[in-house]
Design a protein around this ligand. Structure first.
Ligand SMILES: *Cc1c(COP(=O)(O)O)cnc(C)c1O
Length: 406
């Protein structure tokens, strides 16, 4: 019989009762170091005093009023995001896919406003992940996510990531913009080449295209800058964020420059829940921490420690791990053994991770993680690797014995 909870996820048989900082605890008291952070969401970790207090206080006053009224908490959050980014205006919604949907609408509307209603197509990259709505599975382009859902929504063309020649060749008179992740998360932490990112801005200016970045995973401090595109010195026209923006409260946002934002007049887009007082109170509490003096440089430093320790781990266990790649607190460990097997062993040793494409184990700790916790995580990874190496040796020995007997 089907479970009451629809079985769309292959779940691990673990339930957590509470969390504190970078750790999660089961009801029977087992401690796990959380280097998944609910898929890069719990940016302040668990039980963060400021965030918990902000949510509790706001919930007690008023949670939701709808966007028919002014929402001071949303105005404040938008002001702060504008003050700390390229953007001139912000639209709040509830998830990453919803932010990307709105972003694609804005790209088309901007082109329409420029007198180019025929420009509707978006160039995306292979290996992308943009979410699970009908349009976003088409933007993602992964056949596994499209299977069984009918004809993909029209309007998305795909080119290989980091290939400027292919991208230029894909531009047609119907191209409206380019949408991509500065670092592909779900595909295994693959970074855009600096020349590719710089080239994207040039190509968009040359052909009058909108440069849209999906910073749902890379944004809100994950890489050690508020937004990953800052590392490249490239200014996008519009970006989407979600995941870490409200520290675990469901929220998304679209940050746009004046032209793109102005294309969206009253009535052009909407949301019932988006940017409600409760979500924005959570978002402001997260920003209080992330924008505090020295916080982002600390994410960068802690990330560097994690990166160095992971490199040493790869050198120590070359039969289990192939390489480590990442930036800030967004790391991928490419495995030589099947990643599911590595993840299970690592979990048995008390470390939670997320898998990604290309046989990659993803490490996305809360941004408040300490260098000591990063070292502890790497010790756990090393213990797991030792156990896996021993099991492999045992397996090879048994196999060669079987062969000799045969
Ligand atoms: C997670 C993710 C999404 C989808 O976000 P949801 O909140 O699950 O809809 C989109 N783009 C990127 C880059 C993501 O990592």
């Amino acid at each position: 019989m089907i479970s009451a909870l629809m079985p769309t996820f292959k779940r691990v048989d673990l339930a957590f009762e509470h969390g504190q900082g970078a750790c999660l605890y089961t009801a029977d008291g087992r401690r796990f170091l959380d280097f998944g952070a609910g898929i890069a969401v719990s940016s302040l970790g668990h039980g963060h005093e400021g965030l918990v207090k902000a949510i509790a206080e706001q919930a007690g006053r008023v949670m939701h009023v709808s966007n028919l009224y002014r929402i001071p908490q949303a105005e404040k959050l938008a002001d702060r995001l504008v003050a700390h980014s390229f953007a001139d205006s912000v639209f709040f919604c509830n998830s990453g896919a919803e932010a990307n949907e709105g972003m694609v609408k804005m790209i088309r509307k901007t082109q329409s406003g420029r007198g180019h209603p025929e420009r509707t197509r978006i160039i995306c990259c292979t290996g992308a992940f943009h979410g699970r709505t009908l349009a976003m599975i088409a933007a993602t382009g992964n056949p596994a996510y499209l299977e069984g859902f009918g004809a993909p929504v029209e309007g998305f063309d795909h080119v290989p990531f980091n290939n400027m020649n292919a991208l230029r060749a894909a531009i047609t008179p119907e191209t409206a913009g380019i949408m991509l992740e500065p670092i592909q998360g779900e595909t295994g932490i693959k970074q855009a080449d600096p020349q590719f990112m710089t080239g994207l801005r040039q190509v968009c200016d040359e052909f009058g295209l909108i440069l849209a970045l999906d910073e749902v995973q890379t944004g809100m401090g994950r890489t050690g800058k508020l937004f990953a595109h800052e590392w490249y010195g490239v200014t996008p026209d519009v970006i989407s964020v979600a995941k870490g923006i409200a520290g675990g409260f469901p929220m998304g946002a679209i940050l746009a420059n004046e032209e793109v934002a102005a294309s969206m007049g009253a009535g052009s887009h909407g949301t019932t829940f988006g940017g409600n007082p409760l979500a924005c109170a959570a978002g402001n509490a997260v920003l209080d921490v992330i924008l505090a003096d020295g916080f982002l440089p600390q994410v960068e430093r802690t990330g560097a420690v994690l990166g160095e320790t992971l490199d040493a781990l790869v050198r120590k266990h070359p039969t289990v791990f192939e390489l480590a790649r990442g930036r800030g607190l967004m790391w991928g460990l490419k495995c030589r053994l099947p990643v599911a097997q590595v993840q299970a062993q690592v979990m048995a040793e008390g470390l939670l991770t997320v898998t990604a494409g290309e046989n990659v184990l993803r490490l996305l700790p809360p941004l408040i993680v300490t260098p000591e916790e990063c070292r502890e995580a790497c010790e756990i990874l090393s213990r797991a690797a030792q156990a896996l190496e021993a099991a492999e040796q045992q397996k090879n020995k048994t196999e060669s014995q079987t062969e000799r007997h045969a």
